[in-house]
Structure formats: C-alpha cells, structure tokens
Design a protein around this ligand. Structure first.
Ligand code: ATP
Ligand code: MG
Length: 564
C-alpha cells in the first residue's frame, strides 16, 4: 500500500478531549476519528487492526467449537418483555419505534435474541451442548462515554452464549471459553489478569473478568500473592476481629450540634473512624432499609444489593430519611427503635464502645455495643475491600491495581431459558430446561488496551499479530531513477509475501521516521542514500535501536527474521 494514496492523517497535536494514552495515540496515528461523543469512525489503518483482532477472536472461537451467527442489531421489545428486562434495563438501552408504533431496542447485548433463535432450533439432548456467537455492534447509552473507544456508545462485541443440558455441561462449556479467552488475549499481545467477578444470583466462582492492568482502568482489582484475584465489586476480605479488650462503657446520649459526617465526628470525638457505626438509608426496590458499616469503610452497593436480594438500590431521599429516623440526614443509627430492615456489615459486631447517630437531630450515642444496645440479626459482607486488607484465602495483605475490563465470562444459569420457556427432551423423553453461559469481549476496547500496553514516547508499538502492516517502508529517493529503484524494493517485498505500507510521499526523512514511529508497525525498512550509493537497505524493528543493513538479495529473509 502506498501511503500517498492511503488515508493516514497523522497529527502532531493532541486533541484536547483525549486524556488517556490510547485515545491520544489512536487519533494521532490516524486510526480513528471522532464522530460525536462516544462514537468513532475507524479509518483504513485503524480498521485493519480491528479486523486482525476480530480474526484472532474468530479463529479461537471456532477452534473452541462455537458457531458464528449474524444477528439483527435491532431487537424486538417483545423478547425483552418476555425476559422481564424491558423494564429493568433502564436508560442505558436505546429504544426506538417503527412507523407502526412497534417498539425495539438497539441491542446492548443479545441474551434474549440468541435464546430466541436457539429455542426455535434445539429440540432434544442430541442438539446440545451448543455455543453460539457473533461479532456485531452493541449500543449502550453510557452515562459517561469516555477514554475514546474504551467506553463508547457504540462498539463491537464478540458475544457468545452456551446452552447445556446440565451444570456439569455448563462447566465444560465455560472452561472451553475460558481457555479460548486466554489464547485470544495472549495472541493479541495482551497481558490480562483474570479476576473473580460478581455473579449476581449464581454465587460461587462462576464469573471471571479479564482485566488489563492500567492506570486508566475504571475497575479496582484486589490481588494477593497466593493467587486470590477479585474485582473490588466482589472481593472479600478477612476481618480483624473484636476491637481490643477495653470493658464496655455505659451508653450515653451526647449533643453533637451540626456534627454529621464521619470527618466531623472523628474531629469532634477524637477517635478512629472505625469506632463509628455509619448508618445509611437506602431504597431497595422502593422500600427503605438501613445499612450499618464501620465509619472507616465504604458501603459496596453491589454487595448490599445482593445481600438484600434487591434488583434496584438507591440512596433514600432526605424526606425518607426524615420519615424513617425522625431526624435529618447525619443522625441515623441502629440503637433506637428503627422500624425498617437493617443489614449489618460483618465488622459491626466487633466494634467496642462505638458511636452512632441517635435518630434525633444533633444527637449521637457513645459507648454503643452490639448484643446489649442493638441486636445484629441480618449480617452480611457489604463493604469494599481496600489495599492492605487481609486476603480471604490466606490472610496476607492484598494489593490494589486498576484495570480495564476487556472480557467477561459468566455462568448465567436458567434466567433466560426459564423466562423464555426453552425446553428440550432428554434421553428418557423428559422435558429439561437448558442452562446457559455468556461470554463477551469488547473488540474496540481490546484494541485500545493493546495500545495502553504497547507504546513509548514516540508512538504505538503494535504486537506483530495485530499490526496494521508487517513493514513500514520509508522511501527516500528524489530523482526519477532513485524513485524507480525504491519502487523495485517495494515490489520485491510485496512479491515476498510481506504486507508493506510504503511511504512514497515527498517529505523529509525526519518527518517520515516520526510518522513511522507514531504508527508503530513492527519493522521499518529504509531505502535511501546508503542504498543508492552502496546497495545497503536499512532494517530496524520498532522496539529496538539497532539498524541492520541488508543487500537487496537478502532483504526478504532479514525482514522475516526481524518480524519474529
Ligand atoms: P463495564 O463494566 O466496563 O461497563 P460491562 O460489565 O457493562 O462493562 P459486559 O456487558 O460484560 O460489560 O460486556 C462485555 C464486554 O464489552 C466488556 O468486557 C467490555 O470489553 C465491552 N464493553 C462494555 N461496555 C463497553 C463500552 N461502553 N464501550 C466499549 N466496550 C464496552
Ligand atoms: Mg457497562
């Protein structure tokens, strides 16, 4: 491909809205252009990379025995209503109507649509197990589209769904996908950390996210030397036990005018934040509940939701807090007669002589002890693990890393097959509901994550497997004779089966080299002065500094070696 006829609009300037490296480099290297917030066009060079990633994904899915489909991107509201998700998907789902008023969703995911196709086809145990997949556009009205293609409103996902006769079968399908995912990311040159993730209703180790460690990651990962790895949404931690041996003090009501936040309280009472019983009122599926944790901890709303078995959870508005506690926000506590359900974090019972709101304006209790002043009935892990917390498996201190989620595998269970009435006959002619798994990879996000892991101050450094071309050839001829000699080398490489991007533009060597480094093709071949005078062609790998010299006759061989 000749660069003069290609479209690679490289930029020196960094676009102002690009705050992460991959976004900056993908724009600067001429791979993508913004259409509007959260939507990007892939230019030819960018699309080449995306296609290479898709090819790898496809090869590995096929190798794992999954069957490729192409599904409509518009999905009928009826299917979403059948599963119950028309009402629960919320504003992230784009909804549209046709001229007759029929409703559709621009698919944010395809569980319903795939389940609907599969149920029309499978009839008996002979048809299962089956894993189906597609690579197609997904639409999500993200609250905060950002970081370029890492979080966009429209993106390509590889989504796969497995259907099995029983849990044992599901485990096998799940492991096959797990293996395929490891291979996919490895082949893409990505180092990933698989972490345990939240499983919603399934429980256990039935969901893993594939994370790429990165400062720009939006997820927090808890990691331990023993091998325990979990997303913060899910990570557990070992509790430290009862707070010291001090004897129980008497409970006292103390005036605390305008002392509301944990920081205010720490300053006022001059004690550690872990002495406070922070009590927050939520609405769980519309009904008020109180969550009590120690003041040094953040409530993990996903864990709380799970503990409550709720589908919807939000902070209660001030009016509800007033109504339930008879006090303004900041003075809630579990001691005085509270008429709503209360969930206690696992550490609350260990607090000795704690301090908590008295459910009365400007009043707190001190000397509060569980068992005597309140009873912990409903206890659960509802706080987030943080750096330094003890590993739930081995007790060692865990560390925290930020990560980008590139893939997710998940045992779904019977959620869709039950709600959508999928049945098959088993060997004995008995009706059985198949069990499902689902498996997603964000293709565009994977591309950005590869850039996040492979760049230097001059630009991108593509792993060979996903590089847009094998070789970036810089031609530095001026006269028609020189240019003809450069073209000869280009033809030679192309005939040698090498995918070449040939910079034939009339520009300075410095300009061309800078572009080559920015674009990041793994091997650079320079045909210039040393060739015209002494027959030597220069070969350099993007990552290295050594410049190898080659005669025309050995060039293809040397390039192939350098590519490795
Ligand atoms: P996130 O927590 O980042 O929003 P998710 O849990 O919503 O991700 P899934 O529904 O599991 O993601 O989708 C599968 C994969 O699709 C993700 O692992 C990710 O790689 C990709 N993905 C999800 N949302 C986006 C988005 N808005 N833009 C680009 N890729 C996305
Ligand atoms: Mg999401």
């Amino acid at each position: 491909m000749k660069l003069s006829r290609y479209m690679v609009p490289t930029l020196k300037e960094v676009p102002s809205d690009a705050v992460v490296t991959s976004h900056r480099l993908m724009i600067r290297a001429g791979l993508i252009r913004k259409e509007s917030a959260g939507m990007y066009a892939y230019l030819p060079l960018g699309f080449r990379v995306l296609r290479k990633i898709m090819d790898i994904v496809r090869e590995e899915m096929d190798r794992a025995g999954a069957l490729e489909f192409l599904m409509p991107e518009m999905t009928s509201a009826d299917l979403w209503k059948e599963s119950g998700r028309w009402d629960t998907m919320g504003p992230e789902m784009f909804r549209i109507k046709d001229r007759n008023g029929q409703e559709y969703a621009l698919a944010p995911t395809h569980e319903e649509a795939m389940t609907n196709v599969v149920r029309q086809i499978v009839a008996s145990y002979r048809d299962l197990p089956v894993t189906v997949y597609q690579m197609n556009t997904k639409f999500r009205d993200e609250i905060r589209p950002r970081f370029g293609v890492i979080r966009s409103k429209e993106f390509i996902m590889k989504d796969a769904y497995s259907f099995d006769m029983n849990e044992k079968g599901l485990e096998e399908s799940y492991q096959a996908m797990r293996k395929a995912y490891r291979r996919i990311f490895e082949r893409c040159g990505l180092e990933t950390i698989p972490v345990e993730a939240d499983t919603g209703s399934m429980g256990g180790s039935n969901s893993e996210e594939f994370m790429v460690a990165s400062e720009v990651g939006e997820e927090y990962l808890l990691l331990c030397g023993c091998g325990y790895r979990a997303n913060q949404e899910k990570a557990e931690y070992r509790r430290t036990g009862r707070q010291g041996n001090e004897p129980q003090a008497d409970i006292k009501k103390v005036p605390t005018p305008d002392v509301k936040t944990i920081d205010d309280l720490v300053a006022f009472f001059k004690c550690g934040a872990d002495k406070f019983l922070k009590s927050i009122i939520y609405l769980a599926d519309g009904k008020p509940v109180m969550a009590v944790v120690t003041g040094d901890r953040e409530i993990n709303e996903l864990k709380l939701k799970r503990a409550l078995g709720a589908t919807d959870l939000e902070l209660a508005p001030d009016t509800v807090v007033m109504d339930v506690t008879k006090a303004p926000v900041g003075f809630a506590g579990p001691v005085s007669d509270i008429k709503i359900p209360v969930v206690y974090d696992l550490s609350v019972a260990d607090v000795v002589n704690g301090i908590t709101g008295a459910n009365e304006k400007d009043m707190h209790f001190t000397g509060v002890n569980s068992g005597r002043d309140f009873t912990v009935k409903n206890e659960a892990d509802i706080t987030s693990a943080v750096e330094g917390d003890m590993c739930p498996k081995c007790g060692a201190a865990m560390s925290v890393k930020k990560g980008i989620e590139v893939g997710h595998i998940f045992k779904l269970g019977y959620k869709y097959t039950k709600s959508m009435n999928v049945t098959v006959l088993d060997e004995k002619g008995k009706t059985v509901t198949p069990i499902m798994g689902c498996y997603g990879i964000g293709v565009n996000r994977t591309m950005a994550a590869i850039v996040e892991q492979h760049y230097d101050e001059r630009g991108i450094m593509w792993p060979r497997s996903v590089a847009p071309f094998d070789v970036h050839m810089v031609g530095l001829g001026k006269s028609p004779e020189e240019i003809a000699r450069v073209e000869e080398i280009y033809d030679l490489l192309v005939e040698g089966g090498i995918d070449v991007l040939y910079d034939d533009r009339q520009a300075s060597p410095g300009f061309k080299f800078a572009d080559a480094d920015l674009i990041g093709i793994p091997v650079r071949v320079t045909v210039g002065k040393t060739y015209f005078s002494g027959g030597e062609i220069e070969v350099k790998s993007r990552g290295g500094s050594e410049i190898l010299k080659s005669a025309k006759e050995n060039l293809v061989k040397l390039v192939r070696e350098t590519m490795k």
